[in-house]
Design a protein around this ligand. Sequence first.
Ligand SMILES: Nc1ncnc2c1ncn2[C@@H]1O[C@H](COP(=O)(O)OP(=O)(O)OP(=O)(O)O)[C@@H](O)[C@H]1O
Ligand SMILES: [Mg+2]
Length: 239
Amino acid sequence: MVPPRRPWLDELRSHYSLIELASQRLDTKLVFGMRDDPEAQAQHEVVFEPDRDGNLIAFGASGTGKTTLLRTIAVASGFSDKGGPSMVYALDFAGRGLEVLEQLPNVGSVIDAADDERIRRLVKELRELVDRRAADFARCEADTIVHYRERANEPDEPRVLVLIDGLGNFASEYDAPGRYEVWDRLAWVAANGRAVGVHLVATADRVNSVGPLSPQLVPRPARLPIGLRSGLLSAGHEH
Ligand SMILES: Nc1ncnc2c1ncn2[C@@H]1O[C@H](COP(=O)(O)OP(=O)(O)OP(=O)(O)O)[C@@H](O)[C@H]1O
Ligand SMILES: [Mg+2]
């Protein structure tokens, strides 16, 4: 007997396996969630495409899944063996939720908000990296890291993902008299990083808490819905 056609898809599950979702295993498409589209009776993967999107900023109140999103991106970027490698740096301005990432092989460092010296050094190095790559990429007429890997025959050149949990707190710390240098360098990286494979993935509670990091730098902000439990996926950890 043929079972009757089910009129509705199941609700989204509370957890998905990233290995299952990110089956393309590409660093150009980092899956971080599942989206329900009930009107079309469809469910889609939610994907950050760094070469297209540049940066990603997720806004949401407490408990909406901001830290989980960053962890998920970090994990997803670790299995992209059909694309190229990614290197993750994390700045933790929201309660040490990124510390756990230190164990991952593709995570370079996780820096705590209090560690001013390392933050300064990292942001300076990122700015220098973007400059250096801009020159190298121009030499082989590459306008994304994918082109560069091909044209320069450097398949292992890593995409760089800079995670910042609590960009509002970062801004209050560094968008401040006597400290603008750090903020300016970061804003410059955000504005010029896309074409050279350097991307910011950040979270904040409200849009206006990130002040002068102007919206043009971040063409695709994502607002995490209230009641997100049904909306996005978590990175394989449970509380
Ligand atoms: N996409 C998701 N699907 C289901 N549960 C989720 C999802 N994202 C996060 N959660 C769960 O929701 C809770 C809050 O998530 P998380 O800590 O990431 O939120 P947050 O926005 O960082 O909160 P805070 O602002 O307080 O730091 C956690 O228990 C987490 O496991
Ligand atoms: Mg958090």
